[in-house]
Design a protein around this ligand. Structure first.
Ligand SMILES: Nc1ncnc2c1ncn2[C@@H]1O[C@H](COP(=O)(O)OP(=O)(O)OP(=O)(O)O)[C@@H](O)[C@H]1O
Ligand SMILES: Nc1ccn([C@@H]2O[C@H](COP(=O)(O)O)[C@@H](O)[C@H]2O)c(=O)n1
Length: 330
């Protein structure tokens, strides 16, 4: 017999007896199911609760599940800026066989261990709103993966342009897509094993990408790939339809925007820094044209998900936006 320790945590909606007991039940059930254990293997259970949960002990959850297991409840250490309304648990089990333990973090408590908890954050918004800048920084702070779905549409556009494919020739577009490999590695994007990180930002790709992105077959294939990427790891995924289509079940959805003038000004300054010669009026027209095409396409248009949080970053720095999102995660 070997003694194993399983950790877990869950956030609680409100400081109400029913919410506390239900959350504790959900947590214990998930620990039992995902570790494939029999309740008779549990030696003891230690709960801790944050100070703001004082309407009930979580222990009765164990009795209401019908288990006769020693349980103890403690108050969690009070730490500044830590997750509020949270139940943490330590479960000891005994097992004959060698077990691979799965620790379980649910709801907002996923932020305690994003490295193991399949935390999904969706960021959508119009062109130049700061989605990639914010998503990259957020992913870095949480130590999880950043997925730029716009880069995937850009990579496909680059390939179709290189092959001089008529975008209305859907069969050829699908054939090409089915033999296309897109991978992200260390912040670079690879198209059929070739690094195209810079090539996909060309003016020609930018001018054509929204047309390619409006082809339903292209979207179906890329959405399925995006879901596969997010299936087994924590991600910050940004694009146009992440909250509405790709990750409808995301833990947090953000719709990031700014006034079109500010978005164009920021993009114009960025292009100037890169040495690109372009008029401000052209930048603003390009942004407006891309937004219009993305918002009005029939299949999976750019729009805010009903359960998304709107952030207008017109007067916010990148750091302020990222900190605000981290607060929303708690
Ligand atoms: N809050 C902010 N304050 C100042 N500059 C910002 C802010 N957010 C983003 N920027 C700048 O605005 C420009 C556009 O940002 P970014 O490329 O992240 O936007 P995006 O939404 O990903 O755009 P696209 O949809 O076109 O890919 C960048 O130069 C970035 O540094
Ligand atoms: N989920 C997404 C992401 C992007 N698009 C389209 O790709 C274009 C390029 O995106 P960037 O974020 O790199 O600017 C964008 O204008 C959209 O047309 C999309 O449709 N869905």
């Amino acid at each position: 017999m070997t003694l194993y320790s399983i950790r877990g945590a869950i956030s609680v909606e409100d400081n109400k007896k029913e919410d506390i007991i239900n959350a504790a039940k959900m947590l214990i059930n998930e620990i039992i199911n995902s570790n494939n254990i029999d309740p008779s293997q549990i030696v003891d259970i230690l709960f801790s609760v944050t100070k703001d949960l004082d309407d009930a002990y979580p222990a009765p959850a164990i009795r209401s599940l019908g288990y006769d297991i020693p349980v103890m409840c403690l108050q969690e250490a009070e730490v500044k800026h830590s997750l509020r309304r949270c139940i943490r648990v330590l479960v000891h089990i005994q097992a004959d066989e060698h077990k691979k333990i799965k620790h379980v973090y649910l709801k907002k408590a996923k932020i305690l261990r994003p490295d193991i908890s399949n935390l999904k954050i969706a960021i959508d918004g119009p062109a130049g709103a700061g989605k990639s800048t914010v998503a990259k920084e957020l992913a870095q702070r949480l130590n999880i993966e950043y997925i730029d779905t716009g880069a995937m549409y850009r990579a496909v556009t680059l390939k179709l342009l290189d092959k001089h494919v008529d975008f209305s020739d859907t069969d050829t577009v699908v054939d090409i897509l089915n033999s296309t490999e897109i991978q992200f590695e260390n912040g670079r994007i690879y198209l059929d094993n070739k690094d195209v990180t810079e090539d996909i930002r060309s003016a020609l790709v930018t001018a054509n990408v929204s047309k390619v992105a409006s082809i339903p077959e292209v979207r179906r294939i890329l959405v399925s790939l995006q879901r596969k990427i997010a299936d087994c790891k924590s991600v910050v995924m940004e694009g146009r339809d992440i909250g509405t289509t790709v990750l409808k079940d995301a833990d947090l959805k953000i719709f990031l925007t700014s006034s079109v003038e500010i978005r164009a000004k920021r993009r114009y300054e960025e292009l100037k820094r890169k040495g690109v010669k372009i008029e401000f009026s052209e930048v603003i027209e390009q942004i407006k044209a891309r937004d219009l095409q993305d918002e009005t396409r029939e299949y999976s248009p750019l729009k805010m998900a009903d359960d998304a949080h709107l952030i207008d970053a017109s007067n916010m720095s990148v750091d302020e936006v990222v900190c605000h999102i981290i607060e929303l995660l708690k």
